[in-house]
Structures are given as C-alpha cells and as structure tokens.
Design a protein around this ligand. Sequence first.
Ligand SMILES: [Mg+2]
Length: 276
Amino acid sequence: MEPKPLTHKMKITPENAWVFDIDGVITNPSEKEIKETEILTEIIKRLQKKEPVALVSGRAYSWIDRVVLQSLTNQIEDKALLDNLFVSAEFGGITIKYANGDRTKNIHHEEQLPQELTKKAKDLIQKHYKDIAFVDEEKEVQFTVEMKRGITVEKFKPSQIEFSEKFREFTSEYDTNNDLEVHEDRIATNIKNKKLNKHFAIKGLLKWLEENKIGPKHFEVFGDSLSDFEMGRELSNSGYDVRFIFVGNDEIGEENFEIIRQGNVDKGTAQYLATH
Ligand SMILES: [Mg+2]
C-alpha cells in the first residue's frame, strides 16, 4: 500500500497543483526565453483559482527571475495571488516563497560547495577552456560550466570530458563526507551536492504545501527531460495522484503514474494548458 497524503489535515484542498520544469517546458530550449506567452496567462488563471503552482529548475535563481518571474509578476495585478507560487532553483538549493506578494529567498547553505573547490574549478576553465566554456556566475549553491554560444556540442564534448575529469579529481580532495558529485549533461558540467536533484526540490514543495495547509487532490507535472520524472516519482511515492505531461522527445519507460505525451517542448505545454 502506498502512503496516502493527509488531506484531511489540510485546510485548503484545491483540485489541482501545477508543477513545471522551466527549460524546454516554459521557455524555448534554443532561445532560452519565453516564446509561448500564453503559458504565463494560463499559469495566472490557475493562481486565480487558488491552485498552487510550482516552478522547479536546476537553473540559477537570478536566471529564473530575469527570464520568467519578472514577466509573470508584471502581469499580475493582485500581488497576493503570488502567495500560491513556489519556486525552486538549483535543484532545491534555493527556494522562493511569497507572503502578501512579497518574496523571500532561502538559500540552503548546508548544500553549498567549499569555496576553495569552486575557485580551483573556475581557475581551470579560465586558464585552459575559456574559448569553449564559461562559468555560470549566477549559481549560488552549485558550480556550473556551460558551453559557449556558437560552439557545437561536437566541439565541446572532448574538452568537457577533460575538465569534468579534472573536476572529479578536485572534488575528491574536498569531499570528506562523500556527498559531492560531478554531473555532466549535453551542454554543461555541474559540481554539486548529491542531495540536490528534482526529488529534493519536490520535498521542498511538499513541505511548503504542508506549512500552508494546502492539500491538492491531484498534481499535473510538466517536464521535457528524463530527470524530470523524479518529480512525478517523488509525488507519487508520497501518495499523491499524479499525471505527468511529457513535452520532450526521449523514449520513456513505465512509471506508476499516468503519462501523457505532448511533444514539442514549450508549444506542447501551451497546447496542454489551453485545453485543460
Ligand atoms: Mg527542461
């Protein structure tokens, strides 16, 4: 038997909660900005219905603020609606909450990296890889090196393998409790605390819901990467009813919650929201 959420203890029980990855779900993956402006309109509609909305990303807080939150808040007249918005940046390393429309940013210092480690990694990039990669200076909890604009993935790859290997050496020097990892994706390498992932981010969301005595009956979760399924799994394992809307292109496996394929990244999100 799966554990059941304690909805009877909750004061507010909205029909739905809405959980969105950002890159490739709300923003266009190649333009790195919002192209489907209807998505924000649809999000605001949900906030007006007092349904909680969560934005969950590995991106830096200041990036999310610049690319999504500023346009979203500008379109909301009654700022108190934002009290139903929860934002998780850097895989749960940073959380944003609102009270009467005012935001509070919380940094999880216990997951931050040793400064000497990030300095060493940064120096390496500056010294040997600055034509191909750059350090994301906006990150506050993890360390990220990204492929430069105009560089192809093919050109980036061999260098990425090299510096990621060096990062592993550096990390083992400082990682006394074995809680750090070097993680590579197509266009970036991250050094981060192992705890930081979308499972951890959703745990933060569930805590926020509980604090506010909100017990949604159902969760609609949007993602475009396989790692986004961590969000569905965490919610489902906590006993919640989940539907996952997958707007990516990868082959996907079986999960113990409903999955709807609605390809075409941000366009897919807009289409789904317009009809649900
Ligand atoms: Mg994404």
